[in-house]
Design a protein around this ligand. Structure first.
Ligand SMILES: Cc1cc2nc3c(=O)[nH]c(=O)nc-3n(C[C@H](O)[C@H](O)[C@H](O)COP(=O)(O)OP(=O)(O)OC[C@H]3O[C@@H](n4cnc5c(N)ncnc54)[C@H](O)[C@@H]3O)c2cc1C
Length: 539
């Protein structure tokens, strides 16, 4: 069983720091929300690596928002709902499409330099968008540019106290409210950050899978922490596998942005045949899950390990100007996009589910908020529309700031808090090996194509690992493994339960979407086990 806390502790033995608001995470969600809250309160922002190491920093394609008259929020809404495959919250999508444009202008006010054509913002199109509405920066380095601008603003803001290389281990609750977080610094010292409000902005869990576009920080810590603290976790069976990550000996699974297909690249199997017309009328710009499964089918059919992405018919100038980063990375591995087809395969990319929130970012634990990829606001449903995640983070970050402003200060004595399940203190030397085994199992048994037999096998193996929770972890790599294991357990349980195929969840034994039984959400919590939640859907 997953225990309430990862470590045994006694608050009396720890230093305590007080702050108005504690934000865990320095991606777009953490930085943007910190800047919004710092307009009126003190913020402590912690991150487990340097300030700029996050998924956000690697975001390539861009950020979706309706900013031209040729487009409309109704169309953005419709595209988002279609991608979400019947499980989006309509209210959350309305919030996203209506408040996204203002969020983007705020990013510009914070100094983000999006690409321009003449004096107008340049826009591109991505899969399943019916209009060109994606803003981008430095070609394909949108996330890095946003992080640059927001980090600079955060570092110069006197109300924001930044703690880099600090690992958040557990959320502390007292009288059913979140009162802060136990943190470990880079010297191994643990202390409590006590706050009026705590905001999880810890990103996703891409590292659950052996093949992922996500950097090493994406270990699902926020979801696992929130679960242990009693928050409801929603729809974690929906994992988006990006269709096109670089698949070349010696190269990392570097993302080849969907914008490359948006600019005209086509997919070919290893025999050189273009194949998407056999799978979807939108061809290469079909929803990501469709493209990813089509690629896997072609890989299986041709007994290969990859397919090709071909943009060689485009001009050298366009390729180098639009995709400078991707062009350079491919070149490092001897692949020239101008003349060569690029070998690609799907990889884990984005988690649609997460910590359940309301329209103001509140989780089901009072004083605990979640923002960005760690959260499940209802915007993405069963499948995220490309470039909607960066917009989601700023839109709901701003809303969280408004809600936090209205919170009354909390006065609770937590000095007597302690927790113990008498763990053995022997450190586990094989933690990296165990992590790799979990990641490989997730690819094989809980990957792009699932069925009951494989899911049960995965569950059994994970349940064997649960005894790891009885050891007192002593190093961030051990906390991360236990958090990944928790996310793995939540994902496999939800995937077993959902006997249908929809969006980022595909069951070979139930290949059809089943709206009658399954147009509902799977909610898991440490206290109540598994619940099912029906929304009101009118599409
Ligand atoms: C390669 C790639 C390309 C993408 N391209 C796009 C795109 O073009 N458009 C788009 O909309 N989306 C894109 N996405 C998705 C998008 O980047 C992410 O969903 C988004 O950046 C998540 O932001 P976030 O702030 O929620 O989390 P992140 O940016 O992942 O930040 C998480 C932060 O939490 C910190 N953290 C985590 N755990 C702990 C802990 N235990 N203690 C302390 N700190 C912790 C990390 O150190 C980090 O600072 C892409 C993702 C990837 C991987």
């Amino acid at each position: 069983m997953v225990p309430r806390y990862l470590i045994d502790f006694n608050i009396r033995d720890m230093n305590t720091k007080r702050t108005d608001v504690c934000i865990i995470g320095s991606g777009i969600a953490g930085l943007y929300t910190a800047l919004q809250i710092a307009k009126y309160q003190e913020v402590t922002l912690i991150c487990k690596e340097g300030l700029s190491e996050s998924n956000t920093n690697y975001a390539q394609g861009g950020i979706a928002a309706v900013i031209t008259k040729k487009d409309s929020t109704a169309l953005h809404r419709q595209d988002t709902l279609i991608a979400g495959a019947g499980l989006c919250s309509h209210e959350a999508v309305d919030v996203l499409v209506n408040e996204g444009p203002e969020g983007v202008y705020e990013l510009i006010r914070y100094g983000t330099q999006f690409d321009k054509e003449g004096d107008k913002l340049a826009l591109t199109q991505e899969g399943a968008h019916s209009r060109r509405r994606i803003l981008h920066a430095r070609g394909d380095s949108t996330g890095a540019e946003i992080v640059r601008a927001l980090s600079e603003r955060a570092r110069e803001n006197e109300r924001i106290h930044i703690l880099e290389h600090h690992f958040a281990i557990d959320l502390v609750t007292e009288k059913d409210q979140c009162v802060g977080v136990i943190v470990e610094d880079s010297h191994g010292e643990q202390f409590l950050i006590q706050s009026n409000a705590t905001i999880l902005a810890t990103g996703g869990a891409g590292q659950l899978y052996r093949y992922t576009t996500n950097p090493p920080v994406a270990t699902g810590d926020g979801i696992a922490m929130a679960y242990r603290a009693g928050a409801q976790i929603k729809d974690v069976e929906f994992i988006q596998f990006h269709p096109t990550s670089l698949c070349y000996p010696g190269a990392p699974r570097f993302l080849i942005s969907e914008a490359v297909r948006g600019e005209g690249a086509v997919l070919r199997n290893v025999n050189g045949e273009r194949f998407m017309e056999r799978y979807h009328p939108q061809l290469e710009l079909a929803p990501r899950d469709v493209v990813a499964r089509a690629i896997v089918s072609e890989i299986e059919k041709t007994e290969s390990t990859f397919v090709y992405l071909d943009i060689t018919h485009e001009s050298e100038e366009l390729i180098k100007h639009r995709f400078p980063k991707i062009y350079q990375v491919c070149l490092t591995y001897g692949l020239n996009m101008v003349t060569d087809w690029i070998p690609v395969a799907p990889a884990a990319h984005y988690m649609m589910g997460g910590v359940k929130t309301g329209l103001w970012g509140e989780t089901t634990v009072p004083r605990l908020f979640a923002c960005g990829e760690v959260s499940c606001t209802g915007v993405h449903g069963a499948n995220r529309l490309a470039s909607n995640s960066l917009s989601e983070a700023i839109v709901f970050g701003k809303r969280i700031a408004q809600r936090v402003k209205e919170l009354q200060p909390i006065e609770l004595d937590v000095s007597g808090l302690s927790f113990s399940i008498m763990r053995e203190t022997t450190p586990d030397e094989h933690i990296l090996e165990k992590k790799l085994k979990l990641q490989k199992m997730m690819v094989r048994q809980v990957g792009l194509k699932r069925d009951e037999k494989r899911l049960r096998k995965a569950l059994k193996e994970m349940e064997r690992q649960v005894k790891q929770f009885q050891l007192q972890p002593t190093h961030p790599s051990e906390y991360e493994f236990l958090n990944l294991l928790t996310c793995g357990l939540l994902t496999v349980k939800a995937a077993l339960l959902r006997e249908e195929s929809r969006g980022g969840h595909y069951r070979e034994d139930f290949p059809k979407r089943d709206d009658v039984i399954w147009r509902k959400h799977i909610i898991q919590s440490i206290g109540e086990g598994v619940l099912e939640e029906r929304g009101t859907y009118d599409d």
